[in-house]
Design a protein around this ligand. Structure first.
Ligand SMILES: *Cc1c(COP(=O)(O)O)cnc(C)c1O
Length: 388
């Protein structure tokens, strides 16, 4: 085994070599501070402006609506806390879902300590919210709706356009965590009525530690980092120039030819799902069969532990995931799998395979060859199987 077959693209993606090339000058000769007046400073300022333009264009946003951050978690924190504390005189009620990323869920939990009331909408067994539940949850004092675009574990895509329309009609801010969606689903913030949107570069073949918060102009939000005047006074600190340049380059590449890329991935995904279910008895597909990210496969194999499958796959050169990277290592099953109604013992046996355009038919053939005997062997040792 000399090559790793990487099927963990929801955790992070490979840095695109073209993106790396775009970054290198800002890690080497062009080391100026973007706030400096001299040539090296101006050159860096220009590079950031170019990246801001690239992001704005990809989302159909305005140049001055794009703010660079330290990643997806920071963007989620800023959006939710920033809107909550800036608008608390209007109300202290926020609506989100119980399948959000922890960057959203734990931020909401934190706000509860400050008197905010949070409604965590449930999802149906396919992992999608019921729009009627959302309508019913809206109150006089609701100031923010935060619903993720696509889920990082089961890949389900939420009805973003409908949520945006409802939020607009009621005059409530709408934030969406689009970290997993960008590059896979076309996103037009104007058409979708989105007020705030979070992105993270390392999920679309950019560098780690840099992200975006789109803030529609006119949205009332607090600054999160106080200091210098960077990011129009809203996010202080000398910019991560190389990271920002890489993000700009990466988003331009990622949002090109989405249709063609997703067609390829959907074919590969659906064929693999079908074969997994054919070849391995007691396999359950988690999430919606159609309204899911093109590269996302999430299945449960009854009677066994996801972690054991991962170790076996790892020995065969296959990198995959079970639950989300943040929850693995703990024995608690994923909150997303519990939210779609799986019992604990089944939720433990989950496997997430997230493909990229670099994933080939041959990679999937290899997976389909090695996985069935792994599952069979683990089941032989499983105490749960006796209760079948
Ligand atoms: C990865 C991820 C984040 C966090 O992004 P970081 O840049 O790693 O902080 C937030 N939300 C979703 C849906 C993610 O997949």
């Amino acid at each position: 085994m000399n090559r790793i077959i990487y099927l963990d693209n929801a955790a992070t993606t490979r840095l695109n070599p073209k993106v790396l090339d775009s970054m290198l000058p800002y890690l080497k000769e062009s080391y100026g501070n973007p706030s400096s007046i001299h040539f090296l400073g101006r050159e860096n300022k220009k590079a950031i402006d170019k990246a801001r333009e690239q992001v704005a264009k990809s989302l159909n946003a305005q140049f001055n609506e794009i703010f660079f951050t330290g990643g997806g978690s920071e963007s989620d924190n800023w959006a939710i806390k920033g809107v909550a504390f800036a608008n608390e005189s209007k109300g202290k009620h926020i609506i989100t879902t119980n399948i959000e990323h922890h960057a959203v869920l734990h931020t909401c939990k934190y706000l509860e300590k400050y008197g905010f009331e949070i409604t965590y909408l449930p999802v149906k067994s396919n992992g999608i919210i019921d729009i009627e539940d959302l309508k019913k949850a809206i109150r006089e004092d609701t100031i923010l709706i935060s619903v993720m675009f696509a889920n990082n574990e089961i890949g389900t895509i939420q009805p973003i356009k409908e949520i945006g329309e409802i939020a607009r009609e009621k005059g409530i801010y709408f934030h969406t965590d689009a970290v997993q969606a960008i590059g896979h689903i076309p996103i037009d913030v104007k058409e979708l009525n989105i007020d705030l949107l979070s992105l993270s570069a390392h999920k679309f073949n950019g560098p780690k530690g840099v992200g975006v918060l789109y803030i529609k102009s006119g949205v009332n939000i607090l600054s999160m980092i106080h200091g210098g005047g960077q990011e129009r006074g809203k996010r202080a600190g000398t910019e991560n120039v190389a990271g920002i340049v890489g993000l700009g380059e990466a988003i331009e590449i990622a949002t090109k030819d989405i249709e063609k890329k997703s067609k390829y991935l959907i074919t590969l995904r659906d064929r693999t799902i079908k074969e997994l279910i054919n070849r391995i008895p007691d396999t359950i597909l988690n999430g919606d069969p159609k309204k899911r990210l093109p590269g996302n496969i999430n299945v449960c194999f009854k009677y066994i532990e996801g972690e054991s499958i991962l170790l076996m796959l790892d020995m065969k050169g296959l990198a995959a995931s079970s639950g989300s990277a943040c929850t693995s290592g703990s024995l608690k099953p994923s909150h997303v799998l519990l939210a779609i109604g799986l019992p604990h013992e089944i939720a433990h046996g989950s496997l997430r395979l997230t493909l990229s355009e670099e994933t080939t038919d041959k990679d999937m053939e290899y997976l389909l060859e090695v996985l069935p005997p792994i599952v069979e062997n683990l089941r032989k040792m499983s105490p749960l199987i006796k209760n079948k």
